[in-house]
Design a protein around this ligand. Structure first.
Ligand code: NI
Ligand code: MN
Length: 231
């Protein structure tokens, strides 16, 4: 599985011949390394409906025909705007050409222009080779992350920005609960209120948990291999 970071909470997953985007916030994202009209996508998975996650989903999906995978209310909202969608709910999963997607709890909110868009979620993705990644979405720390970790996470993508999500201290505690084989920070430095020192977080997490941390700059990629987990 090839993972590319595009700034904020936007990631591109290439696996099984598919291009899967998560939370494609590119227009208005000062860290984005690509523009929405350059994106090729077969699927878009959304953690929640806030503008810094829903982002360019509508334009990308309308142009590429990508299927948008999201919580019930958000998926129905996008379907009413003409997009191809697939509904999931917390705790439920579904298999697609590239692997299986399951939505898991997050503690945050989810709305478009003040309209309720269903529950916010985290995303578990298990590709056809068995590689498991967890994109936490926007969330505070919660102890049931230990349950999510039971899937056997090859990589955990965690917000560290503070203010709207976990800050560095709670994100370190999340690593302790999730026990991933690799942790990667996201949702920081995009805007002044969420400026963080990702290098310092890496040093702290590695010292206190033993879990390696990879800090990707926007546009950088890594290969994540299966360690035998299931999601
Ligand atoms: Ni949010
Ligand atoms: Mn956010």
């Amino acid at each position: 599985m090839k993972l590319t970071f595009h700034g904020h909470a936007a990631w591109e997953v290439e696996t099984g011949g598919a291009r899967v985007w998560i939370d494609p916030f590119l227009s208005g994202n000062p860290l984005a390394d690509v523009s929405a009209d350059e994106v090729n996508a077969d699927y878009v998975i959304l953690s929640h409906a806030h503008a810094d996650h829903l982002g360019d989903t509508e334009a990308i999906a309308a142009r590429t025909g990508a299927v948008v995978i999201a919580m019930n209310e958000l998926a129905n909202h996008l379907a009413s705007r003409g997009l191809r969608t697939e509904v999931l709910q917390i705790g439920g999963g579904q298999s697609f050409s590239f692997g299986r997607v399951k939505l898991v709890p997050a503690y945050h909110s989810s709305s478009v222009d003040g309209l309720y868009m269903g529950k916010e979620a985290g995303i578990l993705l298990r590709d056809i080779e068995g590689t498991v990644i967890y994109h936490a979405g926007d969330t505070g720390l919660f102890s049931d992350m230990a349950l999510i970790g039971r899937a056997g996470l090859d990589a955990a993508l965690l917000p560290i920005g503070d203010k709207f999500t976990m800050g560095p201290e709670d994100a370190l505690a999340a690593v302790e609960l999730l026990k991933p084989r690799l942790a990667m920070p996201m949702h920081y430095d995009t805007f002044d209120p969420i400026k963080q020192d990702a290098r310092a977080w890496k040093v702290a997490v590695e010292a206190r948990t033993g879990v390696p941390v990879l800090v990707l700059k926007p546009g950088e990629s890594c290969i994540v291999a299966a360690g035998g987990g299931t999601a």
